[in-house]
Design a protein around this ligand. Sequence first.
Ligand code: FEO
Length: 171
Amino acid sequence: MLKEKVLNAINEQINAEQFSAFLYLSMSAYFYEKGLPGFGNWMFIQYQEELTHANKFFNYVNERGGKAVIKAIDQVDTDFAGVIDVFEKTLAHEQHVTDRINKLMDVAIAESDHATVSFLKWFVDEQVEEEANVTEILDTLKLINGQGNGIFMLDREMRSRVFVDETQAAE
Ligand code: FEO
């Protein structure tokens, strides 16, 4: 059985992961409309990944005999000032998520909930990967100033990303 503080914090995180999913879906729409289907694809996969994160928390709550509470999702941004702007916002958002996961870990530690501490380690590692991936793309975008031939080549590369449910692979 999950303690109330841990359960509440996880329920907040389910909402935060769903918010992340919608934010990336909105960014995907922006890219498709701007004629960058590779970037649109990359963000759509990011959206799918965030849903698996939310569902990993959801399944964990069920497994521990708690009740997941599904809440309204705040409105996400629907317009952006270019490719670099999108990835700067993505990096800032992932840094915010890392902060949230760390705070969630603090709650689990304070409540001596070792099972949740163990469960959260997957997310701690995932955030390192998320921030590194986005930083790499952002660095490349800055090198090419987010325009010209470079952007079309990068768009083609982004088209090859395929969705893999890493939450399943890890279990
Ligand atoms: Fe669910 Fe991108 O962290």
